[in-house]
Design a protein. Structure first.
Length: 129
């Protein structure tokens, strides 16, 4: 009986871990590109995945294409408030100290791809293509 309980708890723990990994890496958003709020929704979808953030705000977002039309991007201006114990990567690159733990006027490009009606964002936001 004890082995069945341990096995059940282990399976439930692994299932919870897989669900968390899928949520924070894929986390698709249903977006129609013709909508005015599609780019901000994609930007917010990416920011929601960042577990090191206490809060965020998307100031501006729009679609952007570089030389390769296959790779699509959302260019965004945003502000973030990371948790105090989070890595220093939020402080790298661009942006300014906004006080009260906020980093404001950050700029980035998020790559995304469409899978039917879903938009799936990557796990990285870069300051260039």
């Amino acid at each position: 009986m004890k082995k069945k309980t341990v096995a059940s708890v282990t399976v439930l723990f692994l299932l919870a871990a897989v669900c968390a990994i899928v949520h924070y890496t894929i986390n698709p958003t249903i977006v129609r590109e013709v909508c005015d709020d599609a780019a901000p929704k994609i930007a917010e979808s990416w920011l929601q995945k960042q577990i090191s953030l206490r809060d965020y705000e998307v100031t501006e977002a729009h679609f952007f294409t570089f030389e390769d039309p296959q790779t699509k991007y959302v260019a965004m201006t945003y502000s973030v408030r990371p948790y105090p114990h989070s890595s220093a990567c939020w402080y790298a690159g661009n942006g300014e100290d906004g006080g009260d733990g906020w980093l404001v006027e950050k700029h980035g490009f998020i790559s995304y791809r469409r899978v039917g009606p879903f938009v799936v964002t990557g796990t990285a936001c870069n300051t260039g293509p």
